[in-house]
Design a protein around this ligand. Structure first.
Ligand SMILES: [Zn+2]
Length: 223
């Protein structure tokens, strides 16, 4: 099964996107490890997205063609048609960006480490500098991730940087509010968040904190 963002529906003439679920199967390990999944995705959607090797950084790469070798990064941005891009997540967030005016896209992976570095805000900045994107035009979808119910730390005040402390409630981090605020702080207004916890919904999603090794894929491509 593949989920979609409602906010992207009006653009289906020029945009393909989706979020795979547990029912679709796992994207994990190396390219070789999920080659069959890529094939299955291609059969289902006509797309074979490029995925970076995710390193919990704030590294954002602009790509023009599908890379032959997967680069280390946590986001791709592109204006190229037929160069679909994607990220993988379990408890982390996958965030898809579409600028319908400049016809540009981005796919970003953000765990709490990426959030601490505001890779979400930096993705918006990069789209501005690369494509002339106005954040007012952006349409952004945040995929399912671990919720405020379950993102618990042993000692959040020590483990998390000070600028995340306002999002700590008890020993839990409200990852959803944090990402929404980072997007709003970057000037984005059109946001859809799949506010469904991956750990609480093992029937549909993989969760690192449920000791799953599986990953969901979020992908987006310009036709
Ligand atoms: Zn939960």
């Amino acid at each position: 099964m593949i989920l979609q963002f409602d906010l992207f529906a009006p653009y289906s003439d020029r945009l393909v996107h989706g979020i795979t679920t547990r029912q679709f199967g796992s994207f994990n390990g190396s390219e070789i490890g999920y080659g069959d999944q890529l094939k299955k995705l291609e059969e289902a959607t006509g797309l074979r997205p490029a995925f970076p090797i995710q390193i919990h950084s704030d590294s954002i790469l602009k790509i023009v063609d599908s890379p032959k070798v997967r680069p280390e990064a946590d986001a791709f941005v592109t204006q190229s048609k037929n160069v679909p891009i994607g990220v993988k997540s379990a408890d982390c967030q996958g965030i898809l960006f579409f600028d319908p005016v400049r016809n540009a896209i981005a796919a970003t992976h953000s765990g709490w480490r990426g959030s601490a570095q505001n890779i979400i805000g930096k993705t918006v900045e990069r789209m501005k500098s690369e494509f002339g994107t106005d954040p007012n035009d952006l349409v952004v979808g945040i995929g399912p991730s671990i919720g405020p119910c379950c993102l618990e730390f042993t000692d959040p005040e020590k483990e998390l940087p000070a600028h995340l402390h306002p999002y700590v409630k008890g020993r839990n981090l409200d990852f959803w509010s944090l990402s929404l605020d980072q997007l709003k702080g970057a000037g984005v207004k059109n946001i859809e968040i799949k506010a469904v916890c991956t750990k609480c919904n093992p029937d549909r999603f993989y969760s690192h904190r449920n000791k799953d090794t599986g990953r969901m894929a979020l992908f987006i491509g310009l036709k």
